[in-house]
Design a protein. Structure first.
Length: 96
């Protein structure tokens, strides 16, 4: 089974290690003197720069699209049921 998905496992492991390493490096990069203010904790002291800000905004937009727009698209594209069933289909399948 693992041999069938060897490429996927390798890609996942490499990306996981890369992102984890970047997280550890970022934790020590431009460390503030104190973390008592909200902009130091939540915004990185407003010193991210354009490259990291671009990735943060891209991740935010992708997350909003995935969790809001895609389910709305699926809900809007699904035709309504012609006649509602008095009992859910799963209950007749599992309870009989």
């Amino acid at each position: 089974m693992a041999r069938d998905h060897l490429t996927e496992i390798i890609v996942f492991a490499v990306l996981f290690l890369l992102v984890s390493g970047m997280g550890f490096v970022a934790a020590r990069w431009r460390r503030p003197d104190t973390m008592h203010s909200l902009d130091e904790w939540g915004l990185g002291g407003r010193s991210f720069g354009s490259w990291i800000t671009w990735f943060l905004i891209g991740g935010d937009l992708y997350t909003a699209y995935t969790f809001v727009a895609v389910p709305a698209l699926v809900f809007g594209a699904t035709p309504p049921a012609s006649s509602p069933s008095p009992t859910p289909s799963w209950s007749t399948h599992w309870c009989s």
